[in-house]
Design a binder for this molecule. Sequence first.
Ligand code: CO
Length: 208
Amino acid sequence: MDLQQVFKNNELWIQEKLAIDPNYFEELAKGQSPEFLYIGCSDSRVTAEDLMGIQPGQAFIHRNIANLVNNVDLSVMTVLNYAVRHLKVNHIVVCGHYNCGGVKAAMTPKDLGILNPWLRNIRDVYRLHKDELNAITDEEKRYERLVELNVQEQCVNLIKTAAVQEAYHQRGLLVHGWVFDIHTGRLIDLGIDMAKKMEWVEEIYKIV
Ligand code: CO
């Protein structure tokens, strides 16, 4: 792709926005008040705004390989704290996707250098759910289930944090687990029961 095209696209985009609202960028510059925090995979095929049909200003976004919420990752923890404690989002979404290269790599016995410690988080998810996963004989189905379980465990990781516990008790913040089905374009809600998960996680991880 010719990178000059990007700047041409940008000009067209500006004109489109201004045609609808001449004050669009002035309004955008005033500040943000997003409704939710979206944590997704860096995969180039899984764009956050496009697949949800949302506009700039509606979601605070963090993306990394395999949509992980790691306790010692300063980047995700900073984004989480800023979104919950300062922007006061009411929803957090963890969105995984089928055909995730990160999840696939974590199922493969191969030395991937600096990716090893990152993907270890997914191997830990596998270990936690080993019996269920090993019972699935179809490899593709097992891989898809690991994608779902990984999303579920990242939701649990969110609930382990002080920011989420505090916001849940104070104003009913909700955590959602979704999977993007790359074969159909459809978003699947994994149906995380926040109250149930909260009670279960807080038995051991209660901070607030
Ligand atoms: Co991915």
